[in-house]
Ligand binder design. Structure first.
Ligand SMILES: Nc1ncnc2c1ncn2[C@@H]1O[C@H](COP(=O)(O)OP(=O)(O)OP(=O)(O)O)[C@@H](O)[C@H]1O
Length: 898
């Protein structure tokens, strides 16, 4: 259904002119013209948000709600639909998920004020207060608590520089990164934007690069670096951007464009973002998009979190902790000091179990202070956010207390810094705020301020007094019911309340005579079965209740505003405390996971080694355990980029189903985990820093981009051979499989040679082409390992064990038999295989090949005389006669050449 209203074409539409419009419709059209055309306009009318014209048509279809009409405009009925304000959130969420943006047009005054201002015909003033877009959400029920929600801008300068800037409005992050050649795709995959801002002309390319993101094209002028810089300086009240870091021109352009868009979408009051941070190029391991997808780091190939590496290792207890862990796995560090600091923190909490348990017990109650803070700063937060925020701060302080007398060793720097940020004793303003919010709010405050009832008794004498008056009047009313019943002799008489009549007396029709025309009862309404009355006393009490209630609510709102202002003052320290909680959560979770699974601390250094002892695949191991399918067999892996201590490139052979892919992937995942600062599933691991991870594992069509399996595989292989440098780690699984045997073998052969000679990076290369294993003899830094299987009583048993040397044969037919191929087909396959194997193997011929050289291929031959002559011809200008002459001339040239 959403396809029919796909928002893609939404920017190309028109709304009627205001000629002849009613005052309200004129105001709507004015607001409509102000709001961006690619957003639907929610126009607030009392308890509803109404949509008109094309907005109504699209929203009604996307939401599956009734499309009605409201009057006429220029002789045509006006299409309309609406959603109630009290559950607008769920409709908003559905529209955003369907790819729409929504501009919210609020009433800026109440109808009484409008009347005072402009008489009975005056239209209530309205303004667009916010544009809700996928990248600028802050509400918990519109967001995934455990995933970041990033909005990203891509800028390109005339000189060819490119940069990305991103923000998570819900948490306040704001950062940028200059892009090196070929890094765009990988970085976008790492950031996984909810919304991507690009120049108009880049929109199509962006949609291809990020099919899951909402693409928002912006005019080229919005990416102007000079005005971007001015905007940034103004917003962050700085004289020079150097104060925040060293930004390239493209980074400034991207940051500026992003800030401009956030100001627009928040109607001039953008999120209180942290000052921009520049991430230096090379600060993170670049993970190729194909590798990221096939290694299933943050989600599986089918797009789910369950079954991914992140899901397997995530033991965090808070949503900000989960987001930080996801970010670290998505963008593992290449900074040795940073990696060591993260590992130190996890190590400390692994050793000090009691402290870890205390930390984790406190974290459970810490909630999501980052998102609560952002909502409060945007003036979208309520009492529950205030309470949640201060509860997190109080838990943080209590947690820091647990470290007061460290058992044996003092905590490492990463933990000490976090504790520093959490200790309230060092921050008076924050400590007072926590104390006051605790005292001012009720135990379980509501989400919104609008109905009041969140300020605790005893906080304000005036408020308590107003509430007492209100409640007393209510009690008096309850007493009146009894008095009136006795007075009239109607025992079933009831006092009720509704919004039209306020408080009223209700009796059944047959009892009405007892009150009709009797003092002090005033007849108000006759219904089918009931008759309603009021009295002067009831009216007075009602007015008292209303005014006391209003006063009470006003006082509560004042209390809230005061506390909110104090949060604003302390925003930076609160943010730092929130980050400290998330970092502790990740460290404690890493320790918990390590303890649970027997993971060990990796050594990450600046060598080019890759030595894994008894490594395991964290996801496959877990799956085997859960299914009761036996134990995972650990395996070693040794590579050395220098080609000294171990091969630089290892060929992995073995039967189908023996565990080749698992072995390849587990080693890549171990590198990712180690550089994310996590313990790794191995007995020991030493990893020389990996700056870029490539993988080509498993075959999948990319039909969406019109690529066959083989084409997709070749594009990925080309990217690896063109880009992998000496610090890269490459895993390649069965390349060349999707084409004719000899073509496939030739491509695989050449790829191995290229990786070994030109890229000179660490690589694991799994293959079914046994001929390739000979390369280990010819290339000095290449080696062979194989996954072992054994035949036992004519059955094939997989040992999943990696052994030195190539596999003896492939056992494909045995695997087919195990899979249940009919016996006749299996017998026939064995027979054919025997024949084929008896023939002269192509490997013998390959051995005669000269050694690979990376010398460029010979230059293209010089064009022939015929080609030269043809290049000068203007085909359209030739008469038939001239054309014929030309044919003779060309023929002459060919004969000359011959
Ligand atoms: N080390 C191991 N210990 C235990 N079981 C393993 C191990 N490695 C792999 N397996 C099991 O074997 C199955 C097949 O593994 P994998 O897909 O890695 O084989 P493969 O050799 O790549 O197969 P193919 O050549 O057919 O692609 C896995 O799903 C897993 O259940």
């Amino acid at each position: 259904m959403t396809e029919a209203v796909a928002p893609a074409d939404i920017a190309n539409r028109a709304f009627p002119t205001p000629e002849g419009a009613t005052p309200m419709m004129a105001q709507f059209l004015e607001l409509r013209a102000e709001a961006p055309l690619d957003a639907l306009l929610f126009y607030r009318m009392g308890d509803f948000y109404e949509l008109f014209f094309d907005d109504a048509v699209r929203a009604a279809e996307a939401l599956d709600i009734a499309l009605t009409k409201r009057g006429e405009h220029q002789g045509e009925p006006v299409p309309m639909c609406g959603v109630p304000v009290h559950n607008a959130q769920s409709y908003l969420s559905r529209l955003i998920k369907a790819g729409f943006k929504v501009a919210v047009g609020e009433q800026m005054e109440d109808p009484a004020e409008a009347k005072k201002r402009g008489g009975s015909k005056a239209v209530v003033r309205r303004a667009v207060t916010r544009i809700v877009t996928p990248g600028t959400l802050t509400e918990d029920d519109l967001l995934d608590a455990r995933a970041a929600n990033r909005i990203v801008a891509l800028a390109r300068t005339a000189s060819g520089e490119a940069a990305l800037a991103w923000a998570d409005v819900s948490a306040g992050d704001f950062a940028s990164m200059a892009l090196g050649p070929g890094a765009l795709e990988a970085e976008l995959a790492a950031l996984n934007p909810a919304e991507l801002l690009v120049r108009d002309e880049d929109a199509r390319e962006a949609a291809e690069l990020c099919p899951a993101s909402a693409i928002t094209p912006r005019a080229k002028a919005k990416f102007d670096a000079a005005s971007g810089e001015r905007r940034l300086l103004e917003r962050f009240e700085a004289h020079a951007l150097d104060a925040f870091g060293d930004f390239t021109k493209a980074e400034i352009a991207a940051l500026g464009c992003l800030l401009d868009y956030l100001e627009l979408s928040q109607a001039g009051a953008p999120a209180r973002l942290a000052p921009p941070r520049s991430t230096p190029a090379g600060a993170c391991m670049v993970i190729d998009p194909a590798a990221r997808a096939s290694l299933e780091i943050e989600r599986t190939m089918s797009g789910e979190r369950k079954g991914s590496l992140l899901d397997a290792v995530d033991r965090t207890l808070t949503a900000p902790g989960a987001r930080l862990l996801a970010d670290r796995l998505a963008r593992p560090s290449t900074d040795l000091a940073e990696i060591a600091a993260r590992l130190d923190a996890a190590d400390y909490l692994l050793e000090n179990r009691d402290i870890r348990e205390t930390v984790r017990a406190r974290l459970k109650a810490a909630g999501d202070p980052a998102r609560a803070l952002s909502r409060l700063l945007l003036d979208r937060g309520g009492p529950r956010d205030l309470a949640g925020l201060t509860r997190a701060l109080a838990e943080g302080d209590a947690l820091a207390e647990a470290f007061k007398s460290p058992p044996l060793n003092p905590p490492p720097a990463a933990i000490a810094d976090a504790l520093d940020a959490l200790r309230l004793s060092k921050r008076d303003g924050l400590a007072d705020l926590v104390r006051d919010v605790g005292a001012a709010l009720v135990e379980e405050p509501p989400v919104f301020t609008r109905d009041g009832g969140f300020v605790a008794e005893g906080w304000s004498g005036d408020l308590d007094e107003a509430r007492r008056l209100r409640d007393e009047s209510r009690r008096v009313i309850a007493g009146l019911q009894k008095t009136y019943a006795e007075q009239t002799g109607v025992s079933a008489l009831k006092i009720k309340h509704n919004h039209v009549l306020g408080y009223y007396i209700e009796v059944s029709a047959k009892n009405a005579d007892a009150l009709m025309g009797v003092e002090p009862f005033i007849h108000r309404q006759t219904m089918a079965n009931a008759v309603r009355f009021s009295t002067a006393e009831l009216g007075e009490l009602e007015a008292k209740i209303a005014s006391a209630g209003e006063r009470a609510l006003a006082m509560e709102l004042e209390v809230f505003a005061g506390l909110r202002a104090r949060v604003e003052e302390e925003a930076e320290t609160i943010r730092a405390a929130g980050e400290a909680l998330a970092a502790l959560d990740v460290a404690a979770a890493a320790a918990a996971w390590a303890e649970e699974t027997g993971a060990s601390r990796p050594v990450v250094d600046d060598s080019r080694n890759f030595e894994i002892e008894a490594g395991r695949h964290p996801v496959v191991e877990r799956a085997l355990e859960r299914a009761g399918d036996g134990r995972f067999t650990p395996n070693d892996c040794a590579l050395d980029g220098a080609g000294e201590a171990a091969p630089r490139l290892t060929l992995v052979t073995g039967p189908n189903m023996a565990g080749k892919s698992t072995f390849l992937r587990q080693n890549a995942l171990i590198a990712v985990m180690a550089q994310a600062g996590l313990f790794v599933p191995a007995k020991a691991a030493r990893i020389g820093l990996v700056d870029r991870l490539f993988s080509r594992v498993g075959a999948a069509d990319d039909l969406a981009r019109g690529r066959s399996t083989f084409m997709a595989e070749m594009i990925e292989t080309a990217a690896i051979l063109n880009q992998a440098g000496p610090r890269a780690l490459v895993i390649l699984d069965e390349i060349g499989r999707g084409t004719a045997t000899f073509d496939g073998l030739s491509i695989a052969w050449a790829a191995v040679e290229h990786l070994h000679e030109v890229n000179a990076c660490r690589a694991l290369f799994a293959t079914h082409y046994h001929e390739l294993t000979r390369l280990a003899d010819e290339l000095d830094a290449a080696g062979n390992v194989s996954l072992r299987a054994r035949e036992w009583k004519s059955e094939l048993i997989f040992l999943h064990e990696v052994a030195a040397g190539p596999a003896d044969r492939s056992y494909g037919v045995e695997v087919a038999k195990r899979a249940g191929l009919p016996a006749a087909a299996v017998a026939r396959a064995s027979e054919i295989l025997e024949r084929l194997e008896a023939d002269d193997a192509p490997a013998a011929k390959l051995a005669e090949l000269p050694l690979f050289s990376a010398a460029p291929p010979p230059a293209a031959p010089k064009p022939s005389a015929v080609e030269d002559r043809l290049k000068t011809v203007d085909a359209d200008g030739l008469s038939p006669r001239e054309a014929l002459d030309l044919v003779y001339a060309l023929k002459g040239l060919v004969e000359d050449d011959g």
